[in-house]
Design a protein around this ligand. Structure first.
Ligand code: 1HN
Length: 365
């Protein structure tokens, strides 16, 4: 990028200016032209780096934490994903946090709530449950569950279960950046279960149907849990009956059944199926994505970096990075779970998307 483009800051350093800048600094001020080109880039320049976190490398260390700390002492037993460009804000990509939480049979974590919104995507184990606002839900592999902002929640694993690992996703770096985070521990450390187990799935999780007498006006989805079985069936149906997206294959958004919109005000989520041999076109958009491979294997090219993935691997797509996905198998489909900050981008008028080849086919700067 040329620095001398008209309208861009291009002031040479002189000793006189240096002492002027120092004098301004003493007044807690600075000259805009010294930072203008950085704070006003031509297009988004993500500090996040494309990363793949491989489960075969992470699973051992995550299970090892069981021997080293208890959920009581640690608060929660989580190994979080650190993007090298975002260590300062503990983000896995952009303003999104993620970690792998592990619980042993019989363990519980105390109830709490926070202003940040959270989700879980179950990776392995039997017997996990979560209680969200008095609603208890059983959790199995590839189930997706919400703990929306401000809502009491706690997790555990039945004594007859197996060690369970799930991916947590939160907008905590974003909420911290907004300087709006609150955290509270439940006064009783646990909540009463106030409803039949899995009642929200039975009430709100019926395709094409909504309860005639039910009403829901909270800003998040009443369907707290999205099970893998019906999700995969829906993707298979879509993949056979429609072309889907050239950039994402057969992709379904998890939605709030009341509004048709995203599951939570700040976080959206989706599951996509890449058919055997499918290779998508490249595009880029504002907003950050974290993916987890729920089924199959393949690779994605993100910002010019090839990220190979297989089941349970997690990878990120930073804002405005070109990306495309490839299902390596000629026989089996591959499924990618993802969550993102698109609801924020859209609500704030910051959403932009570009297909590769548009705009003169430029590669990302
Ligand atoms: C949290 O509340 C959970 O509820 C997991 O299990 C991870 C990371 C940062 C802040 C709060 C949980 C979290 C978290």
């Amino acid at each position: 990028m040329r620095e001398d483009v008209i309208g861009r800051a291009n002031v040479e350093d002189t000793p006189e200016l240096q002492s002027y800048y120092e004098a301004l600094g003493k007044l807690e001020t600075a000259a805009l032209w010294t930072v203008a080109n950085d704070i006003e880039p031509w297009e988004p320049k993500s500090a996040s780096i494309p990363v793949v976190w491989r489960y075969k490398d992470l699973r051992g260390p995550v299970l090892r934490s069981i021997e080293l700390v208890s959920p009581e002492k640690a608060g929660r037993r989580v190994i979080y994903l650190n993007n090298p460009g975002r260590r300062g804000v503990s983000a896995a990509v952009g303003w999104l946090y993620s970690g792998l939480q592990v619980m042993r049979p019989g363990e519980t974590a105390s109830a709490h709530r926070h202003a940040a919104s959270a989700l879980r995507f179950i990776m392995e184990g039997r017997g996990a449950y979560t209680i969200v606002d008095g609603h208890k839900m059983t959790l199995g592999a590839n189930d997706f569950v919400l703990t929306p902002n401000g809502v009491w929640h706690e997790h555990g694993v039945d004594a007859r279960g197996t060690p369970c690992i799930w991916q947590d996703g939160l907008d905590i770096p974003f909420v911290n950046a907004m300087e709006a985070n609150f955290y509270a521990v439940h006064p009783d450390l646990r909540q009463e279960v106030g409803f039949p187990v899995d009642d929200m799935s039975k009430t709100w999780g019926n395709p094409g149907l909504a309860p005639a007498s039910g009403s829901w006006s909270k800003p998040y989805s009443p369907l707290f849990k999205y099970e893998w079985g019906p999700t995969y069936e829906a993707l298979l149906g879509l993949s056979k009956s429609a072309e889907g997206s050239p950039f994402d294959g057969a992709m379904m958004n998890y939605i709030n059944p009341v509004t048709g919109g995203p599951v939570m005000p700040t976080i959206g989520a989706a599951m996509q199926l890449l058919r055997a041999g499918e290779r998508t076109k490249a595009h880029r958009h504002t907003g950050s994505f974290l993916y987890q491979c729920a089924k199959g294997s393949g690779h994605s090219i993100v910002g010019g970096v090839r990220l190979d993935w297989e089941e349970r691997d997690i990878f990120c797509v930073p804002s405005w990075a070109w990306h495309e996905h490839v299902n390596a198998s000629e026989r089996d489909d591959a499924c990618l779970f993802s969550f993102n900050d698109l609801p924020v981008m859209q609500a704030l008028g910051l959403w932009r998307e570009e297909a590769f080849g548009e705009n003169g086919g430029r590669q990302s700067a």
